[in-house]
Write a protein that binds this ligand. Structure first.
Ligand code: SF4
Ligand code: SF4
Length: 167
C-alpha cells in the first residue's frame, strides 16, 4: 500500500462535491470512500462539539443517490477508534511512551530529496541530511504528528507507523 495521498491510487467517482459546511462535506466524502463517518476522528469530534452540525441527519444532500456513488475501490487507512485526546496529550509528554505512537518514518531508499516534506512541515521538524544526498532527518521532539509530510511525499518515502528503535 502506498502511504500517502500525494502518491495514492485515485478512484474515479464521477462527482464534484462541495458545501459551505466542511463537516457535512467530510461526512459525504468519507461515506463515498466507504467509511462510517463516525469512525473518522475529526468528524466525530466536530459532531460532539456541534459547531457545524449535530448529526449527519441534518445534512441537506443534493445529488445522485448516495448509495450509487459509494465506492469499494478505495484503499482505506486503519482507524484508531479510541483516540482519546487527553491520553494522547499525556503520552506525548512521556518520552518512552512516544515510541508507541504512530509517527512519520522516512524511507531512505525511496527519498529523492525533493524537500516537499520540509516545506510543508508546520513546525520545521524535518531537515535535509547535512552529509547524505537524498535523505532527510526528523527531529522527533518537534513533530506534532500532523502527517502532512506523508501526504505530500511523491515517492512513498514517508510511512506512518510505530518505530521502536532508532531516530
Ligand atoms: S517529500 Fe519524500 S521524497 Fe521528498 S524529501 Fe521528503 S521524504 Fe524525500
Ligand atoms: S508529521 Fe507533521 S509535524 Fe511531524 S514531521 Fe511530518 S509534517 Fe512535520
Amino acid at each position: 500500500m502506498r502511504p500517502g495521498p500525494g502518491n495514492g491510487f485515485p478512484v474515479k467517482v464521477g462527482i464534484l462535491a462541495g458545501s459551505s459546511n466542511p463537516v457535512a462535506l467530510d461526512i459525504i466524502a468519507s461515506t463515498i470512500a466507504g467509511y462510517e463517518h463516525t469512525d473518522i476522528p475529526t468528524t466525530r469530534t466536530a459532531l460532539e462539539r456541534g459547531l457545524w452540525l449535530k448529526s449527519a441527519e441534518e445534512i441537506d444532500y443534493i445529488g445522485p443517490e448516495l448509495s450509487s456513488v459509494v465506492k469499494d475501490g478505495f484503499i482505506k487507512v486503519g482507524i484508531r477508534k479510541n483516540g482519546n485526546v487527553a491520553v494522547q496529550f499525556v503520552v506525548r509528554r512521556i518520552k518512552p511512551l512516544r515510541k508507541l505512537e504512530h509517527r512519520p518514518v522516512f524511507i531512505k531508499a525511496n527519498c529523492i530529496g525533493c524537500g516537499k516534506c520540509i516545506a510543508i512541515c508546520p513546525v520545521k521538524a524535518i531537515q535535509l541530511h547535512p552529509e547524505q544526498k537524498n535523505r532527510v532527518v526528523l527531529t522527533d521532539s518537534k513533530c506534532i504528528r500532523c502527517f502532512c509530510c506523508s501526504e505530500v511525499c511523491p515517492e512513498s518515502a514517508v510511512e506512518i507507523r510505530r518505530k521502536l528503535f532508532g531516530q
